[in-house]
Design a binder for this molecule. Sequence first.
Ligand code: MD6
Ligand code: FE
Length: 212
Amino acid sequence: MSAPCLEVYPGAVHLPGFLSLDEQRVLVEHCQDIGNGPTGWYVPTVRGGGKMRVRMLCLGRHWNARTYRYEASRRDHDGRPAPPLPPQFSAVAVRMAEAAGMRLTPDVCIVNYYDAAGKMGLHQDKDERPDTLALGVPIVSVSLGDTAKFIIGGLTRKDAKAMVPLASGDGFVFGGLSRLRYHGVAGLLPRTAPRELHLDGRLNLTFRQGAA
Ligand code: MD6
Ligand code: FE
């Protein structure tokens, strides 16, 4: 049995219910272990000086919220080296990309934790290497916990937008001609997480190639 695969726009593919509950639980527990450890969660402050409305954890490489560049250690936070990217995490992203007919070899995973008030403003992901952007190498996103109202627009900020609810266990593959579309998270649907996950809020993992 293969999970459904919905092409929202060319290169933007939603994979509802891709991960089993057991697979979700393993990812949630592993993220919480790292997040609660010595090189754990932090709230990034962005270039303009505002705080983001999520807690973040970068694995493999660190995304510096002040410079919008990738680096080996958390220079805008505590200077610690970014924790390694677990190969089991990358394997999930590779499977999702394949299901959407794409490929990536991730070198970074950005984990975001949203509490009930968590959101993410409209943005483009364009800090990865120019060759990977030009080739449309996808970003693969994994959602765990509460459902998010994921907003996708076009290549300019003002283009028309669609809302895709991203539920626990869903994949979203964002590549090809859609790699540089604006997108964001308008908020969560409270208490929609599977109870078995014991997760209050939402975790989102985005796997990227071209951070190294
Ligand atoms: C989120 N996701 O779902 C935020 N970026 O919480 C993203 O910003 C994102 O889902 C690039 C590709 C896929 C994504
Ligand atoms: Fe993004």
